[in-house]
Design a protein around this ligand. Structure first.
Ligand SMILES: [Mn+2]
Length: 255
């Protein structure tokens, strides 16, 4: 029996011409963990954009949702925590996956460990402009207004949600890692044993004072996930279609 954490597949990202391969790998992974998963936490940005209009949202990757639904049918609980790209997932997503949808960070206990789980957007101090945008985009009145937009206006909204983080680029996140560590240490000082975040796309396993911080990484190039079972925590990769321990040394740090 095991608990899994995964994030940041960004299916449908404009920079991605590899959706087909990534969805296939994801499907195989979900099939595999069906053997022992009690819980799967999806920690945000599974999609590059998911916003439910008045009539829902056209499911861009039915294979992804149906695999998640199957996982649920096999006895696992699937919990989806919205990221900055897919926070608006609602009825359509729930119906297609059977997942429980959470709109904010959550606290859970597994194997006696208190675990803090969140997507992790808005943590860096100089991300203040994003934090304002997030307030606007998550305001119920605005959501009601957005949900009445035409598909064309919706695409503009998609670009607004997406563009800044893509402009940031994956590698610029390196300079924020210290702030993520500080944030995790604060949660551990609050009494958590483990903090698990996503968003930076940089897989991490960090020993802190009194606990551990994990970043579940990404399903863009590293295909990483965190697994918890009775013997401990693991940060693995499914990049080659098989479970392997993630090799941190192989990560290329920008100059
Ligand atoms: Mn994100």
């Amino acid at each position: 029996m095991a608990v899994y954490f995964i994030s940041d597949a960004h299916f449908g990202a404009p920079y991605s011409d590899t959706d087909e391969h990534r969805v296939k790998l994801f499907s195989r992974f979900i099939d595999l963990i069906g053997e022992d998963a009690d819980y799967l936490y999806i920690i945000g940005d599974l999609y590059d954009f998911w916003f439910e209009y008045r009539d829902g949202f056209p499911n861009p990757f039915p294979e992804v949702t149906s695999r998640l639904k199957e996982l649920g049918d096999r006895g696992a609980e699937v919990i989806f925590i919205g990221g900055n790209h897919d926070w608006w997932a609602g009825k359509t997503f729930k119906q297609a996956t059977g997942a429980r949808i959470e709109k904010k960070d959550i606290e859970v206990t597994h194997y006696g460990k208190r675990i803090f789980i969140g997507h992790g957007d808005g943590i860096p101090k100089d991300d203040w402009a994003y934090r304002i945008l997030r307030k606007i985009l998550r305001n119920p009145v605005n959501i009601w207004l957005f949900s009445r937009l035409s598909a064309e206006m919706g695409m503009k909204l998609a670009r607004l949600v997406s563009s800044r983080s893509h402009a940031l680029g994956q590698y610029r996140q390196w300079k924020f890692l210290g702030e993520y560590k500080e944030y995790a240490q604060k949660r551990i000082d609050d009494g958590f044993d483990i903090v698990i975040l996503g968003h930076t796309h940089i897989p991490q396993e960090v020993e802190l004072k009194g606990g551990h911080y994990f970043n579940s990484g990404n399903w863009i190039r590293d295909f990483t996930y965190v697994k918890l079972d009775e013997s401990g925590f693991y940060l693995n990769t499914f990049k080659n279609g098989d479970v392997e321990k993630f090799d941190f040394d192989k990560m290329k740090k920008p100059e």
